[in-house]
Design a protein around this ligand. Structure first.
Ligand SMILES: NC(=O)c1ccc[n+]([C@@H]2O[C@H](COP(=O)([O-])OP(=O)(O)OC[C@H]3O[C@@H](n4cnc5c(N)ncnc54)[C@H](O)[C@@H]3O)[C@@H](O)[C@H]2O)c1
Length: 309
């Protein structure tokens, strides 16, 4: 039996559900630490039945519980968070969970001597990018309590590295999508919205010319990057995880029309929209993690439509 054990906050959530099978395959056992506010209990129960996964149902806001649960774990993945929309609606709760929670996890990991911690940061630390593709050394301009806490989390990891020798990687996830995602996801909810309209035989409605773009990265690819970041030789870096390809909303609409297989054209709503675009420079992910996204947006979206039929 392997003695590699991952302390996994937010381990009952969407991205974790795709990461845990890879961890098990690679010989880790997993201690999920999640307060189950958004967790998928059925999925967690399936994992627990393998005998290699346990659930500690607690909150990252309480440092004592974190410290107790991290004991005996060799690695840590920190995902527990409240989302962007909730952070705008309730900054107090967001700061509490995202800032205090980050600190509780990082301090405990440093004190308990975990070998590597992987932190889920976000592309939103860049704010509206000045240029594409977005590089890790570009200026950061986090705009909401959620994004501010992600950036602060990266800085705090630097502190515990210098102070206590904590080894970490912070992954700046771009627009993650895939099976099991909650429909209200901040950026990617547009995917579900379009699919629902298309299934009802209605055209997707696009504001402006649909030039706004996102860098959609499939959760299966992303989960591989998380595990690679847990094991990479080089560490203590923020690393972009995207595909490097910006897909406009107009292109997304076309891909989904084909995937659903309906004979409609997107409808454009003529109004001024702020065109924001996103694409990651993934040179560092390639070099440091040996990681390469394998699922194209076309393929990933088509499979998503099939899976949710
Ligand atoms: N999904 C994306 O597009 C995306 C993009 C960028 C960054 N991220 C980051 O990736 C990570 C995982 O995202 P996800 O999409 O799987 O989110 P998710 O909401 O599906 O999972 C988060 C989990 O954290 C748990 N949680 C929330 N508050 C908690 C608390 N106080 N204590 C303990 N557990 C708590 C929830 O119950 C849930 O199971 C998050 O840190 C998120 O900010 C996600």
């Amino acid at each position: 039996m392997s003695d590699k054990k991952v302390f996994f906050t937010g381990g009952a959530g969407f991205i974790a559900a795709h990461t845990i099978p890879i961890l098990l395959e690679r010989g880790y056992s997993v201690r999920i630490f999640d307060n189950m506010t958004r967790g998928d209990r059925d999925r967690v129960n399936e994992f627990v039945q393998t005998g290699k996964v346990e659930l500690v149902e607690k909150d990252v806001r309480y440092g004592g519980g974190v410290r107790e649960a991290i004991r005996g774990c060799t690695h840590a993945i920190h995902f527990a968070t409240v989302s962007i929309n909730k952070s705008i609606a309730d900054p107090h709760e967001s700061i509490d969970i995202n800032m205090t929670g980050n600190h509780n996890v990082f301090a405990a990991a440093a004190d308990e001597g975990v070998e590597r911690l992987v932190f889920a940061s976000s592309a939103s630390v860049y704010g509206d990018p000045q240029k594409l593709p977005m590089h890790e050394d570009d200026q950061l301009n986090p705009l909401t309590p959620y994004c501010i806490s992600k950036r602060a989390g990266e800085d705090l990891l630097g502190f515990y590295q210098r102070q206590k020798g904590l080894s970490w990687n912070a992954l700046r996830f771009f627009n993650v999508y895939g099976p099991g995602q909650k429909i209200e996801a901040y950026y990617t909810s547009v995917i579900n919205h379009f699919i629902q309209r298309l299934r009802a035989g209605q055209p997707p409605i696009i504001d402006g010319k649909g030039e706004q773009s996102m860098d959609f990265v499939h959760v299966t690819d992303l989960a591989k990057a998380v595990v690679a970041a847990l094991e990479s030789e080089q560490a203590n870096l923020p690393i972009n995880i995207g595909t490097g390809i910006d897909t406009s909303i107009a292109t997304l609409a076309k891909i989904l029309i084909d995937a659903v297989g309906v004979d409609v054209e997107p409808q454009f709503n003529p109004r001024d929209v702020l065109v924001s675009r996103r694409a990651a420079d993934i040179t560092r992910a390639r070099e440091v993690l040996g990681w390469e996204p394998e699922i194209s947006v076309q393929q990933g979206m088509t499979e998503l439509v099939k899976a949710s039929a």
